[in-house]
Write a protein that binds this ligand. Structure first.
Ligand code: UD1
Ligand code: UDP
Length: 349
């Protein structure tokens, strides 16, 4: 069985790393196709190096652009690779444009598709990710769901039961791999453990929308917490400049950090404020209270277990509520063996 792993963005590299490492370990016949949707070293190569991943066999150098340009370049490049070096199965993960492009080309060429992190839904069609994941699920042959909840969603959408597997989320494997390798970022940034908050923000519906971005910045500025560390996503940096917005005094920006630095920052934070999918999960796994800077989440398990809440109107009320909680919730995303489960299911089905 020849496997092609298609990836393109920071979270895909991180969440596919347990599967890639297992492929290496088992000596599988596989290759990595990188669309290069993310290309800045701090969004891309740093993760290959840190996570000990082999260099992609193919790199399409797609980069940034309008949705149509970006996806169009991906479709063209992926089709050429798959025609020249035809895999039996394509693995994609999550909901970025690279995921949809990889799955779409595979479906047209009659190649089997495995979707890791299938069945998540925010039911917010303004999110490009919601469209990407719904379309990818509709054409996938193996749908790997983090929890039972996604299986139920997929069944209501008419996906046949035999295609659906509940396996946990590979982010647990990645976090367990990283969490005992603390870096020196706390010292380097002059922070004290549990004395700062960590923030990330990059969703298009938050940062490309002037009113929404203003609302979130107001929410953060009204928070009494004085030390909020904010690794700045390149999209957000671009949009803050375009809108000519200054950040509130209690925010300190830093460049995007590597995964080990990020896990160290998360683990030692008093609380996390984020609109990221992966960071909501990591906060939940590391038992750090999280406030999600959105009105919906496709990760409701993080709220149901008590580790997360959606932002309301008053930042200090939200913060008090979360910070008071006992950090005794159970991680709903599995035991950290999802990567190997997925590979073994693919080989035996
Ligand atoms: C993409 C995904 C999003 C995911 C995020 C992870 C889609 C539709 N969105 O959003 O689901 O959560 O990745 O971080 O696929 N840029 C750089 N360097 C880079 C990459 C981007 O400077 O390496 C800047 C460019 O100005 C670019 C902007 O960031 O226009 C947005 O990049 P893009 O890949 O289009 O989407 P993300 O916002 O990163
Ligand atoms: N991350 C990182 N450095 C950063 C910010 C995030 O390593 O400066 C990691 C984070 O730990 C998580 C992943 O990137 O594993 C989340 O990616 P992102 O928030 O960009 O995308 P999303 O998960 O929302 O799709």
């Amino acid at each position: 069985m020849k496997i092609a792993i298609v990836l393109g963005t920071r979270p895909e590299i991180i969440k596919l790393s347990p599967i890639i490492r297992k492929c290496e370990e088992n000596g599988e016949d596989y290759y990595i196709l990188h669309t290069n949707q993310h290309y800045s070293p701090e969004m891309d190569s740093i993760f290959f190096e840190e996570l000990g991943l082999p260099k992609p066999k193919y790199n399409l150098n797609v980069g940034s652009g309008s949705q149509g340009e970006q996806i169009g370049r991906m479709l063209k490049g992926i089709e050429k690779v798959f025609k020249d070096d035809c895999p039996d199965i394509v693995i994609v993960q999550g909901d970025a444009n690279s995921v949809f492009a990889g799955a779409f080309v595979a479906s047209r060429l009659g190649i089997k598709i495995a979707h890791v992190e299938a069945g998540l839904r925010s039911y917010d069609r303004n999110m490009p990710e919601e469209i990407n994941r719904s379309l990818t699920d509709a054409i996938s042959d193996f749908l790997f769901c983090p929890t039972k909840k996604q299986k139920e969603i997929l069944l209501t959408e008419g996906i046949s039961r035999e295609k659906i597997f509940v396996v946990g989320n590979t982010i647990v494997d990645a976090v367990y791999w990283a969490k005992n390798n603390e870096t020196k970022i706390i010292e380097r940034e002059n922070l004290e453990r549990r004395d700062y908050c960590l923030m990330t923000l990059h969703r298009v519906e938050n940062v490309d929308n002037k009113k929404m971005l203003e609302k979130i910045l107001y929410y953060i500025s009204s928070l009494k917490e004085e030390k909020i560390i904010f690794p700045l996503h390149p999209r957000t940096k671009k949009m803050l400049g375009r809108f000519n917005f200054d950040l509130p005094q209690n925010i300190r920006t830093i460049n995007p950090v590597g995964f080990l630095d990020m896990i160290t920052l998360e683990k030692n934070a008093k609380a996390i404020l984020t609109d990221s999918g992966g960071v909501q999960e990591e906060a939940c796994i590391l038992k750090v209270p999280c406030i999600t800077l959105r009105t919906t989440t496709e990760r409701p398990e993080t709220i149901e277990c008590g580790g997360n809440m959606l932002m309301k109107e008053n930042a200090n009320e939200d913060f008090e509520l979360m910070i008071k909680k006992e950090r005794d919730w159970k991680n709903p995303f599995g035991e950290g063996k999802t990567g190997e489960k997925i590979l073994s299911l693919l080989k035996n089905n």
